[in-house]
Structure formats: structure tokens, C-alpha cells
Design a protein around this ligand. Sequence first.
Ligand SMILES: Cc1cc2nc3c(=O)[nH]c(=O)nc-3n(C[C@H](O)[C@H](O)[C@H](O)COP(=O)(O)OP(=O)(O)OC[C@H]3O[C@@H](n4cnc5c(N)ncnc54)[C@H](O)[C@@H]3O)c2cc1C
Length: 459
Amino acid sequence: MTTNRPPSITEPSRQLSVYGEFDVVVVGGGPSGLAASVSAAKHGAKVLLVERYGFLGGMGTAGGVTNFAGLYGRKNGEMQQVVHGVVDELLARMEALGGVNAPQDGMQGRIRVRSYDVSALKCAADQLLLASGVGILFHALAASVIMQGSHIEALVIETKSGRQAIRARSFIDCSGDADVAAFAGAPFELGDGHGSGLFPTTMFRVGHVDAPNALAAVGEFKAINTFMEASQAREPGRYTFPRAGAILRPQKNPTEWRANVTQVANAGGTAMDATDAKQLSDGEIEGRRQITEYFSFLRNEVPGFKDSAIVDIAAQIGIRETRRIMGDYVLTGEDILSSARFDDAIGINAWPMELHAAGRIDWQFPRNWDSSTGRVYNDLPWRMLVPKGVGNLLVAGRCASMTHEGQSAARVSGGCFVMGQAAGTAAAALSAGQTFADTDIKKLQKNLRQDGAYFDDEL
Ligand SMILES: Cc1cc2nc3c(=O)[nH]c(=O)nc-3n(C[C@H](O)[C@H](O)[C@H](O)COP(=O)(O)OP(=O)(O)OC[C@H]3O[C@@H](n4cnc5c(N)ncnc54)[C@H](O)[C@@H]3O)c2cc1C
């Protein structure tokens, strides 16, 4: 049946009830949103964090990432923690819950990470925000903004109580997808800017693993890839692997392993676009399809996994990259490779470029990666949080102002904690009518230092 109906429809205007008025509203409870809301509250602001799910943690929990990367970097030949501040309080609470692993090294000592349990991050994050005085509104989706000139007057949310508005002096977009910035009309780039981007991955965890056998066979960072290559060489066509460069690692309890192995494309073969509703929906199904295939390989071919079981498939497909705002400074791949320094530094990114390309991961380390002197990491500049054209908005986390290449590094948790802490601290200091472009950087840096953030001041 054909219809002559137009492809769009006009929504009647309506009055929205105001949920509340705040100094700072943070959208999104991932690493950047946690650090932003806690920092703003600690500096005296009345803060509300709005999160679409019923728990905090962002990709770390909802996406099943369960691993902090980017907290450690090498200086003068020694690996050390170079991201401090709010994250230390979170780690301490996770440790008290027994849910975070000791640091693990990989890639010939070039990276150090800490894996954790989803439940520990969820519960520790609740505790941390409540103890800091942050208000939380779960199950609230940021859906729009109401502008007054170049300022956001209110955020519009969809909730089970209906559509409501929230007024605030300033807003911090930690949605990962720059949703608020896009609603407000700030310029952004999507993915790699050429119709693709970092490919997404649906994460899963395998339990009931025979730990001694599994650790002996695939305990080394890249050992699983040898099993994949051997299986394909022996029986071509039996297993189809979505990408080379699988990451299969033990959790705190080594009878449970996390698998970062799937890769989800759209129908055209480029990276699935998580800002496209239909692609996002189709991608969830494709991610789970790949998991069932990969799990049969694990059980059949990898020592220690014969009697294992899938204990969790992440609540949502893991999204690495969607919108990135084009702000006052755009962090580049060259900044990562050259271990760049900035006068307006807010902290450190210590992760290399990790480009999830079609069928593979391209790792690119800073050029001085094997140096026994100096630092093998870059500063993150304040300007990457400041969008163009919207006076009372900051954007922190994986949707901050970076190129596709720069984002492939600074998107991991370590950099997101740094950006969030700086954004929250600055937002608490913004007075009515002021814009973030007027921020006193020296004062911000002083406040961050006092709150334990790490700056590498030595030349
Ligand atoms: C498969 C995969 C593996 C990864 N592996 C690692 C790793 O090993 N180590 C590491 O450190 N990093 C890893 N990363 C990267 C890292 O997890 C993310 O880049 C990081 O979590 C980004 O933090 P964020 O705060 O910017 O956003 P996110 O963690 O994406 O959090 C955004 C939050 O905002 C909420 N939200 C989004 N839109 C709205 C809206 N409109 N309204 C309300 N709430 C909203 C979301 O529900 C979410 O809670 C991985 C990422 C993926 C996808």
C-alpha cells in the first residue's frame, strides 16, 4: 500500500515542568561524568548528574569494558601512575569492595592497565557521588536543549515521568556522543569524517574457566592470536574472526576472562554509526552473533575453556567513537606521537593511538617509546573541552575536541578522568553570564593541583 504522507511530522509545542535548578548539570556517568560531577560538587556547586541507564560507569559498566587504561605512563624508563585525583578515590572504593585487579603489564612493558568487576565500579561510583554531594537522576535521557542566545538555558530530558526541563548555570556534556553539544549547535565531526570511524565491539565475559590451564596457554597479552591463526591454518573456513588482534584477559578472579574480540560494521562495511538509530539496533544483534561464534572457538580450541560459559554479554555494544566536537583546540595524532606539552595543560594522556580499523587494530606509540629518559605521554590542553559558539557548555571525555587519531588514544578511561575533573572544577567557578572562554587557566591549574591531579612539570 502506498501513502502520500510526508516523511516528517510536526510535534505540537507544550509546557514542560522544571525538574530543578542547579549550578552544574552533567550529562553521562562514564569516567568523565564521574570526575566532572564529583569535582564540581567538591568546589561547592549544586550538581545533578543525568544518566540514561540505572547505574554509573559508562562504557566501563554498560559496555563491559571492565579495564582502566591510560592511568600509567613511562617516565625516565619507569612505568608510574600519571593520572591522579578523583580516580584515586574511585580506585580506593573499588579496592575496598575487592573488585579491582593489581596492575597488569602488556605489549613488552609499554602499557599497564587495571581490570575490575562491573559491580565494583557500579557500587563504588554510587558511593563516591553520594559522598561528594552529587544529585543523581537515573533513567533520564537528555533529549534536547533550550537556548537563550549562545547560552543553554535548560536541558530537556525524557523520563518515566514524562518530558521535563532542568535549568542550570552551566552544563557538562559527558555523553560520549556529544549529544548536548549537538543539540546546542556546536560544531562537531563524526567518526573519521569520511563515513567510518573506530569500529565498535560488543564485550563479553567467560566464566568457569580452568584458570591454571588458561593462564599457561593464553596468559600473555597476545597469545590468543596464535591460537586463532593456528585454527584457521589447520581448518580454513571453520572459524570466521571479525578482526585480528583479539584481546582475551583474566579478571581479578582468573576463572573469569573478558573478551574484546568482536568488530561490528554496518551494511556498507564501514564502522557502525552509533548516532544512527537503525545501525545501532542492528549492531547489537550482530555483536551477539559474533560472540556465539567466537565462544565456540574458545571452547573447542583454547586450553582451559572447554567447560567455560558466557557469564555476561554487555548491556550495550561498546562504542569507541561517534561525534567529536571541534573546539578551541583539537588534539591530534601528532600530539600523541610527539608527547606534546601545552601551557594550558589539565593533566596527562598516557595511552598510545589504538585505531580499531577494519579487521585489525593499529597501535602507534609515541616516537620516544623506548627512551630511558623523559616522558612517554602527552599533556591534555584545557581548550579541548571548550566548544565553539556555546558559552556555558564544556564537553569532556571521548567526545571532546580531538581528531580521529588523537581520540583513538585520549578516549580511554585515564584521559576521560582527567578531562572530567578539569571540566567539573572549572564549571563550579563559572558565574552567571560568564562564558568558559573566560576561564582563568592558572587558577584552574592551581585548584587541580590542590585536588591531587598530576601535572608533569619537569622539562
Ligand atoms: C569495546 C571497548 C573497549 C575498551 N577498552 C578500554 C580499556 O580496556 N580501557 C580503557 O580505559 N578504556 C577502554 N575503552 C574506552 C573507554 O571505555 C571509553 O572511551 C570511556 O568510557 C569514555 O568515557 P566517557 O565518560 O567519555 O563516556 P562513556 O563511558 O561512553 O559514558 C557516557 C555515559 O553517558 C550516558 N549517556 C549517553 N548519552 C546520554 C544521553 N543522551 N542522556 C543521558 N545519558 C547519556 C551513557 O549511558 C554513559 O553512561 C574501550 C571502549 C570500548 C567501546
